[in-house]
Design a protein around this ligand. Structure first.
Ligand code: TXA
Ligand code: MG
Length: 342
């Protein structure tokens, strides 16, 4: 990867036009979305898409999401749009939902990483939409972190991972949702949630009449199992510290933390439950605020590294609603290590 100067761009029309120029030239640009920052390239340019994998250090078998800014761009990317897909799009687009369908010929092989399907999302963030509009082509974009690290929810996070590796980053402020989109596959009989996110399985069920949650959302894949979503087989979202999830109420969590060796220890729990901490304490929202937990999650995981933590104990969130997405990301950050004190 050649060193380059990464331009800092804002959300002005001139800066968006500059970002679109870079993308047209096959370069990579960090873009804000409502979920997390993405690392964008022209989705119809195989060579540009391959640069994403290089910049992220992403395994070649992990496919990318294609972002559109007009429902009309969807048709050309897939072989057909079944009624259930239309209903989900009407209900949740633009927004944090990604829909998987069989792909058309125009999707370059690198985007789908060898699969015969393509993941498409119509983000609601005004800067992402303006950028795709200015390009006139859809943008392939994974989360803008280095592979395995927590996803970026600010332009600062993106630069921490990608400065010198990509052409530009557009600063569009802090992401509102804070965890990546819900990924739902429509290739089987029943819509299947492969990755939970801002749109819950319950919401999908109301619109689609049924919804299944893939086993890999809450369980490690067996060694021989094939991942429905290749991204689920990798350790993910992980700070350098060894992370364990702790299922306990606030008082029990604080007691457990205070009984551990102090060296490199960093607890991460809910606001209002700090008790009388014997060690510095990070918070990620209150126990009953899943939306806030989702917004705070990745910044808090990055903060563990910034503070030099080597051992992180994280108070487990309630896996309901958007909390399912928070729990899913933390399970992966912890390599599925859960200490059950509940
Ligand atoms: O919110 C988001 O979805 C963000 C923003 C930037 O839009 N993007 C994002 O992309 O999270 P990424 O690449 O970090 O995660 C995409 C996930 C991966 O787990 C990948 O394996 C899965 O979606 N995926 C993509 N295409 C797929 C396909 N055709 N079949 C199954 N899984 C797919
Ligand atoms: Mg990612």
């Amino acid at each position: 990867m050649t060193e380059q100067t990464t331009k800092r761009l804002g959300a002005s029309a001139a800066d968006i036009a500059e970002a679109a120029r870079l993308l047209r030239a096959g370069k990579l640009v960090g873009m804000p979305t409502e979920t997390v920052y993405g690392l964008a390239a022209n989705a119809l340019d195989n060579a540009a898409v391959l640069r994403i994998f290089e910049a992220k250090g992403r395994p070649a078998d992990n496919p990318l999401i294609v972002h559109i800014s007009d429902i009309g761009q969807w048709q050309a990317l897939v072989t057909g749009i079944p009624p259930v897909a239309r209903r989900l799009a009407e209900a949740f687009w633009p927004g944090p939902l990604t829909v998987i369908l069989p792909r058309s010929e125009i999707v370059p092989p690198a985007v789908s990483a060898g699969l015969d399907t393509v993941a498409v999302r119509f983000p609601v963030h005004p800067v992402a939409r303006a950028l795709i509009d200015a390009c006139g082509f859809p943008l392939a974009a994974p989360s803008g972190n280095r592979s395995g690290s927590p996803s970026p929810t600010t332009a600062r996070h993106m630069l921490d991972d990608m400065d010198g590796r990509i052409a530009a980053v557009i600063d569009g402020g802090e992401c509102q949702v804070g965890v990546e989109s819900t990924v739902v596959s429509l290739t089987g009989d029943v819509p299947r949630v492969l990755r939970p996110g801002g749109i819950t399985p319950e919401q999908i069920c109301v619109v689609a009449g049924a919804a299944a949650v893939d086993e890999a959302v809450l369980n490690p894949l067996g060694k021989t199992a094939v991942a429905a979503s290749p991204g689920m087989k990798y350790k993910h979202y992980a700070p350098r510290a060894r992370v364990s999830l702790v299922r306990a109420d606030g008082r029990r969590f604080a007691e457990f933390v205070n009984a551990q060796p102090r060296d490199g220890l960093m607890p991460m729990g809910f606001g209002g439950e700090e008790g009388d901490p014997a060690v510095p304490y990070l918070t990620y929202g209150r126990r009953d605020q899943s939306d806030r937990q989702a917004q705070r999650l990745f910044d808090a995981l990055r903060e563990l590294d910034a503070r030099g933590a080597t051992r992180a104990l994280v108070s487990a969130p309630d896996p309901e609603g958007v909390g399912l997405a928070v729990y899913n990301r933390l399970l992966r950050a912890a390599g599925f290590e859960v200490i059950d004190l509940a």
